[in-house]
Design a protein around this ligand. Sequence first.
Ligand code: MRU
Length: 364
Amino acid sequence: MNVGDRHYRTIWPSDDGRSVEIIDQRWLPHDFRIEKIDTVAGIATAIRDMWVRGAPLIGVTAAYGVAMQMADDPSDAALDAVWATLHETRPTAINLRWALNEMQRFLLTLPLAERAAAAYRRAGEIADEDVGLNRAIGAHGLEIIKAIAARKQPGEPVNILTHCNAGWLATVDYGTATAPIYLATEAGIPVHVYVDETRPRNQGAQLTAWEMAGHGVPHTLIVDNAGGHLMQRGQIDMVVVGTDRTTADGDVCNKIGTYLKALAADDNDVPFYVALPSPTIDWTVGDGLAEIPIEQRSPDEVSLVWGKTASGEIAQVRVSPEATPAANPAFDVTPARLVTGLITERGVATASREGLRAMFPERG
Ligand code: MRU
């Protein structure tokens, strides 16, 4: 998507044929910085410390990490080692494992001398595929927005609640949950987005809000606790969120707080949609609550908050007493029964084993 009048993806290969450049998301919305990364260690740090984040983007970044490893040492042992190093950086988003498996499966079929070049090529293809998947999600989600708009007065906006950032910054381009919003805006359908701030890391306040502002989408930032209240007052027409891992039974693991939004939506008959590319489906898992590892991030993310001071400095402040311990589970699981539909690249599936199998019959 555009930053100013220039089109960017979140990650792209540098001209030197080895490194990648990324938008360093730690500084947004205050500062737009690009970082060049040329080592596996650098890729691991960028994923773990959330210079890049969002399930699809983590997967693509890891694929480029594998390519860097192949440029240094294309052996099977090195491939196993980079798989393990990058896999442990963030445990919940399944796209990471998907991309690592995909790179490994592909590279193992090739002679050592061909692996480095092929790995960069395949990582680039995975990045391009992500863009295509998101465009397709956008087209299917657009139909949902159109149907809601048709039931409203002409010119009255469709009010959409989002949580976390499942926008273009969480992917290579377009985003998952935001792709239908961008396409609706392009189609001239009035939308208004309520952006959950999404504590503790504030991906909504910092990233989704920045995206919406950058593309002229009318939006309002709300605290995480306001969503239920707005739904009770009829101010939300639909919720659309992303996901870091959706199970074969349709349970949805996503940023902490998603479950509470789904409960409130259910209580108020507000449709609750989840937008996801198929690499986010973990076909090996059925019961999300029992089987998905939930990343426990640093308590500092709860106790300390980043922001811009009046003097323009980007700084961290403490919001709780020094002596107060904090816990920071980064994701939760929304049971399939609370999900109205899964917006995939192939269409909108019901959140169930049958619904997903009907959409992806090749999964058996
Ligand atoms: O911890 P993050 O910022 O990497 O969280 C991931 C997310 O952005 C969300 O959970 C998102 O809604 C799913 S990824 C499209």
